[in-house]
Design a protein around this ligand. Sequence first.
Ligand code: SF4
Ligand code: SF4
Ligand code: SF4
Ligand code: SF4
Ligand code: FES
Length: 728
Amino acid sequence: MVNLTINGKAFTFRKGETVLEVCQREGIYVPTLCYQKDLKPYGGCRLCIVEVEGMPRPTTSCTLPGEDGMVIKTDTPLLKELRKFTLRLILSEHPYSCLICNKKEECTSYMQCIEKESITFGCKYCTKNGNCELQKLVDEFEIKEIPFTFRYRGLEVERYDPFFERDYNLCILCGRCIRTCEEVRGATVIDFRHRGPETLVGTAFGLPHIDAECQFCGACIDACPTGAMGERYSKYTGKPEKKVESFCTLCSIGCSINLNIKDGRIVNVQPNNSQLCVRGRFGIAPFVHHQRRTAIPLLKKDNRIVEVDWEEVLNFATSKFNEHKGKSGVIFSPNLSIEAIDAISTFTEIIGAECVAPSFALSNLSGLSNPITLTTFDKPSAFIILNTDLIDDFSVLLLKIGRLSKTTSVLIAIDPIETKITKRVNLWLRPRPQKEEELLWLLFKKETRSNETGVSKKEIDCAKKLISGREVYLLYNPLNTKKLRLPRYLKAMPLLNQINFLKVAGLNIIPCSEILNDENIDCLYIIGDAPRLARAYKTVIVQDHFLPDFDFDTFLPAATFVETDGSFINMEGKTIKLPKAIEPIGKSKPDEWIIKELTSRLDFDMVNQKKIRRSTERMIESKARPTKKYPYYLIVRENCYRFRNKPLSTLMRGFKRLRNDDCLWVNIGDAKKLKLEEGMEVMVIAEDFNYKMCAKITDEVPEGLLFSYRNPAIGLMKDEYVKLEKER
Ligand code: SF4
Ligand code: SF4
Ligand code: SF4
Ligand code: SF4
Ligand code: FES
């Protein structure tokens, strides 16, 4: 520790600390615009200038490292004048009419409607009004006139991309978005383009963000001090009234979030000292308040679905469980809260339901007994990423790994398909499908004698060198691979989007298919899930946020996770508690409440539980070989852009543009042979399945392989040999 003097007072500082950091730590106010904590200093806006004894002119404190004996002044008339001059220069290229207007207080009543103007001419037209750093500084420096000629840049507002819009006429070139994208997200999607007065922020070649590998994480929007970057969903909602700290449950990471609330609605979601992915940042508010959300109890009467009250649906549902004693099956989603899952366990025990099952097999989860906490990644580590695109599906985990393990980690991808992560890792091993487990074992064997993986000995030796002397972790989505027998040196970290999968994996469960195929089941109770019903049942009871695609007898509208208190276990095995942030929408009720109400109305003596059957199903296994009839191998992967098994793409256009569930990836060579073109409809035919899909021609899958996402609603569940027929 050494000393410096600021405004006549002595302070100690640590080596490497800048003068601005010392000031902020000690509560000495210095105005800033381009500075942001955790980003490298940029020194672009010059608002943070300070006077330093012995230096000929004021200098930017955000780039000035502290030195022993330095004497600094942060608040002199000269500095104030220079800062005002800088602000006026910035404003000469920024719509400033409202900022300096002497009637600005009086026109508040028109604000809500003029905000909806498509072009921002001033603060009253701007969605950032009242929450803008530039506006605050103008007020602070009491700027009343701009002595420079105003130059409106006349740039077109960029509206092409999903989720957000950009109006670079409001951009002050602080570079915070660019540095956030690069330094925090590791994405380098945007940079300064052009030079001098033409400088603007943009992607390489001015591509839309969606074509520039943008993750749509929204970190750049949160970094922007002005209204240049705006979120489309909350554009016209105005300033939130309150903020509730919570967690995202759209995947098992469970990121900390702030729910911004106005008029009992979630306006938008922002990170709470964390980073988010597109699902948490842009998916929650439109999901909760979706216009197709059904929040009224429904009952089928005379073959018509009609609105009824809770009493009637609860009595109806209970009467059906009483009627179908011992012949009921319960299917539920691992996205439910712990309290709801516990209530389901009690309920099924009482009704003697055959079993409780989520809509996918959890039988192939490994490493569950001992979940890995992320803090263990502080040693030199090697991460083997198996059949999972970490950038698309678990980008936040990738950031955490990067931050915790710094430069000591290596990343190896094992995947037959090229994905975003295979382009970013230290080494990509591309085995034949179904040979991933064999390849994993070869990485830990001294000799590589028989090797049918399709990966060369040279590549395997290279991988061995990379992992040698490191803790080796396997990151994988168990639904994207067959059940794995793992080498004991390998610590497995299963990645699933169903947040409570650790809770569910600890229960006696069997896969959904065993309930659906059980001829003895007459009554199905489906909670927050959407399996494909291949046959008719006497009674189907659905409890969810949205109506299912299949026929049902009664619908019990469930409140979402923001409308109720609840606990969840994240992928590290930590319990997170979510508060009720808003009142349940319409007449919806918490899952736990509904299940307990049903339980309390049951007229059952305890029925002896039948012995739980153990599943023999393997999700991703095909013993078949290619034949002349079925020459292509279709790889099917879990679509993590789902919540309670509802594909986000079916609810929000933005997600449909990011991930189209109906897309079939076909190799360029195969497409040529089949005379298939991009976007053409093609029939995918297997022995027990045929479905129309949209061709995406790509070299990301090798010849002979096809790729698509699992889709329980159409029965597309596992890898298969298939043939393709062009739609006429
Ligand atoms: S970005 Fe800020 S200063 Fe500019 S118009 Fe919007 S609210 Fe006003
Ligand atoms: S949304 Fe994320 S990835 Fe895309 S430009 Fe902004 S910070 Fe970069
Ligand atoms: S868009 Fe916003 S964050 Fe990016 S440079 Fe412009 S003002 Fe700064
Ligand atoms: S990483 Fe998971 S928990 Fe975090 S924001 Fe995305 S979906 Fe939500
Ligand atoms: S905050 Fe230091 S130059 Fe902008």
